[in-house]
Ligand binder design. Structure first.
Ligand code: SF4
Length: 359
């Protein structure tokens, strides 16, 4: 399997024999269903790779939320939608820098991750063996950013940024800070959930050294409360201790978290862990993920229920990134339902009506 090569390329100390990248390794942990076994007959382009940490969390049950997210099924090979629904290729300004919105850009630092999520929206790139970003490409991206002062936020993404070696991260941060000290830098990573041991003293020292000028922000992806382990919470805590705030972006996934009880539990636990629930994304229309998508109508029902149960701080924004590069829009039931006698009329969450003066 291709995944074995990826494991071998991860930073030293973060690969072990327990990492799952082959059918035999997977079958040592779980009994494959027919759909899972069939994936191996003609695998999709996204490799199988499950970190030690997640493999230890995964249970041998068909509806296990970790298994649903990381064990491939044959339905992935039904490529009925685009592999680039967000039209990122059209907005690439250097090989790996995407400038789709005026004030922010995203840099694809590597195609590698500690584990490959089966709902990955960047399948056109993730796990394609393109490898870590080269120094020349870092310099080209820096040059573009230096010439485009309207960009004030840069997303460091991939793949997973923290699969880069410490030396490469140091080089990347140094170059970015030298060209644009003022940039707000989003560190987008699932590694706090999939490989929390990555965030050791040496790595945190590098992050602390470059946390000046525009702030670093940590963007995590926890989709189910079971992923919020003590180790993961400690890893996020290391960023918080440096004064780097944390925001979580979940993806709404069929059979994983399409349930108000599960998401309520997740969001409250995130808040207690000092991680702001930021987005709940509708799954992108990316080919090979249809079996994991939740209908928007069901998503709206869940959103309404969460709004009833959660405080404003615990509530994520249910959001869709529209196909063909249409951008992000928030999905919610519109509560402004009319106007009468100089008042706006609003519907309440429990179906009532309230008026609020127009001036
Ligand atoms: S961590 Fe992100 S980039 Fe990597 S497979 Fe998961 S969703 Fe895709």
């Amino acid at each position: 399997m291709a995944g074995a090569a990826y494991g071998a390329a991860l930073p030293a100390g973060h690969t072990t024999k327990k990492m799952i990248s082959s059918r035999s390794a997977l079958e040592e942990r779980i009994h494959l269903t027919a759909d899972e076994a069939k994936w191996f007959d003609s695998p999709s382009s996204l490799p199988l790779l499950i970190s030690d940490h997640l493999a230890d969390l995964m249970q041998d049950e068909e509806d296990d939320p970790i298994r649903r997210q990381f064990v491939p099924q044959c339905m992935e090979c039904d490529i009925d939608d685009s592999l680039d629904p967000l039209a990122e290729v059209d907005h690439s300004v250097t090989g790996r820098l995407i400038h789709r919105y005026g004030h922010r850009a995203a840099l694809l630092t590597t195609d590698r991750c500690f584990s490959y999520c089966r709902h990955c929206f960047r399948r056109r790139f993730t796990g394609t063996d393109t490898g870590p970003i080269g120094d020349e490409e870092i310099d080209r991206a820096a040059e573009y950013l230096a010439g485009h002062r309207e960009i004030y936020e840069l997303l460091l993404t991939g793949g997973d940024l923290f699969t880069l070696s410490n030396a490469k991260l140091d080089r990347l941060f140094s170059t970015l800070r030298s060209c644009r000290e003022d940039l707000v830098i989003r560190l987008c990573t699932r590694a706090v959930a999939s490989c929390p041991s990555r965030f050791d003293d040496e790595l945190m020292e590098i992050i602390a050294r470059h946390d000046h000028g525009g702030p670093f922000l940590l963007l995590t992806q926890f989709n189910h409360p079971r992923e919020l382990t003590d180790e993961s919470i400690r890893a996020v805590g290391r960023f918080l201790a440096l004064g780097i705030p944390a925001f979580n972006q979940s993806v709404l996934l069929r059979g994983v978290n399409d349930d108000a009880d599960i998401l309520e539990d997740l969001c409250v636990r995130l808040l207690y862990s000092r991680i702001k629930p930021y987005y709940l994304f509708q799954c992108d229309l990316v080919g090979g993920t249809a079996h994991l998508r939740v209908p928007v109508a069901r998503g709206l029902e869940i959103e309404q229920e969460l709004r009833r149960r959660l405080s404003g701080l615990a509530m994520p924004q249910y959001t869709i990134d529209l196909p063909e590069g249409g951008g992000k829009v928030i999905l919610t039931k519109d509560h402004l339902v009319g106007e009468e006698d100089g008042y706006y009329v609003f519907s309440t969450l429990d179906g009532g009506k309230r008026r609020y003066p127009k001036v």
